[in-house]
Design a protein around this ligand. Structure first.
Ligand SMILES: [Zn+2]
Ligand SMILES: [Zn+2]
Length: 173
């Protein structure tokens, strides 16, 4: 994981910019460090309800790994198994990686986007529709849900609970 520069990549598309800052994410949502300083890259997540972004963050690799480490072993294992057996990698941001529906064919226009980035480049992107997110949510223990809720409370005060994605909004692969 030390050298990601050989991965095929493209400039981070505007869809993965910070809606709030109206520019590319510059700093980690959790630790505030400059994202482009991290040679291990960083993760972007955005959750859309209809055409609105209800939630977004960018996490540097150490914060991302640190948060997943706090999840219970059972939750982590359940999520890994779920994604391993259900997720089709490499589909990009226009198609649900689990049920394979195209974005414009979703019954409800709600989905989350994730991207793995390095510097100004995007290495990988995925989309998961909201019904598929809810399914993976059920795999997560109360404790893990609690860790996630604390993260939200600490970083996004004032965001209503029901606007929150599940911990699986985070890429774990
Ligand atoms: Zn960080
Ligand atoms: Zn789906």
């Amino acid at each position: 994981m030390d050298d990601l520069s050989h991965f095929p990549s493209e400039p981070i598309p505007e869809e993965f910019y910070s809606e709030y800052e109206e520019r590319p994410f510059l700093t980690c949502t959790r630790c505030g460090e400059t994202l482009s300083d991290f040679t291990e890259g960083f993760q972007i997540a955005k959750v859309f309800r209809r055409s609105e972004v209800v939630f977004e963050y960018a996490l540097c690799a150490p914060c991302h790994i640190g948060m997943i480490d706090e999840f219970s072993i059972e939750s982590r294992k359940a999520l890994e198994d779920y994604y391993k057996s259900n997720m089709t990698p490499g589909l990009g941001a226009q198609q649900c990686g689990i049920c394979l529906l195209e974005r414009e064919s979703l019954p409800v226009n709600e989905f989350s986007l994730g991207a793995a980035c390095l510097g100004s480049q995007m290495l990988e992107a995925f989309m998961i529709c909201s019904p598929c997110m809810e399914k993976s949510n059920l795999l997560v223990s109360k404790k893990t849900q609690g860790i996630w809720n604390d993260f939200i409370d600490n970083n996004f005060p004032g965001v209503p609970d029901n606007a929150m994605p599940c911990p699986t909004g985070i890429s774990i692969f």
